[in-house]
Ligand binder design. Sequence first.
Ligand code: GLN
Length: 299
Amino acid sequence: MERAAQLSAACRHEGKVADYIPALACVAPDQFGMAVATIDGGVHCVGDGETRFSIQSISKVFLLTMAYGSYGEDLWKRVGQHPSTNPFNSLIELELERGVPRNPFLNPGALAVADALLSRHTHLESAMVSLMRELSGSADLNYDSEVFNSELRSSSRHHAAAYLMQSHGNFSNEVGEVVRAYCASCAIEASCVELARAGLFLANGGRDIASGRQLLSAREAQRVCALMLTTGTYEYSGMTAFAIGLPTKSGVGGGVLAVIPGRGCICAWSPRLDPRGNSVRAMKALELVSNTAGLSVFA
Ligand code: GLN
């Protein structure tokens, strides 16, 4: 990891910090951290691996976990399992697919998942924060209200997606409430170490290592990983499979979470993004680590 951190520094000035959520634009752009957590309890981190950042779309993995655990295969009536060639906030396919988002990692897909969850949790924000605290082992983890309010103020597109789904009969709850819960989940702050720990259950057949709680069945965990591999980095997912070879989920806060099935979880973070919304340096660092250590699931 030290070597990947050094080598990836070559691209430390490439890309741009997300600014469409105004509060995210204030982050110091050249930070970089990485952490690995293994299923035998080991944790190792480099750089700013203990600095918290906005997890943004990485939260979609945990929203999906809650909803899949609750609804089982019925969840797929609400959202598909197909890759997309459009950006994560695009509404084009949503209309073409009659209000059923192509996958749970696109914004409309995560909103459909949040809507399903809100039908079973009155306080979805608190349920998400509790889950992240439990899985990361950090009792003080929370969402940042400035980032939350900032995204809420620029959430017309989330509302548009939700209303479009509603018009197709694929939305049950009050749109504003679902958008709030979604924005709060995205505004959760966690470090690479905390996220690597939180994702470990996916490497461990759906079972949380610390508590022994089975969050998902082994098959469900495997399927969440399959979706991460095919759709977790949006239009770049094919390249991610090619270059990194691990189920991966990115967020516009610059974090990228990667599962090494049966072994552990790595999280890399650096705020500058490529045009698709994936961190340039975090993706590079993961590629270097994966290739050097032979971690690809296809190896
Ligand atoms: N909260 C962000 C949004 O909805 C998440 C997007 C992302 O991280 N790719 O636009």
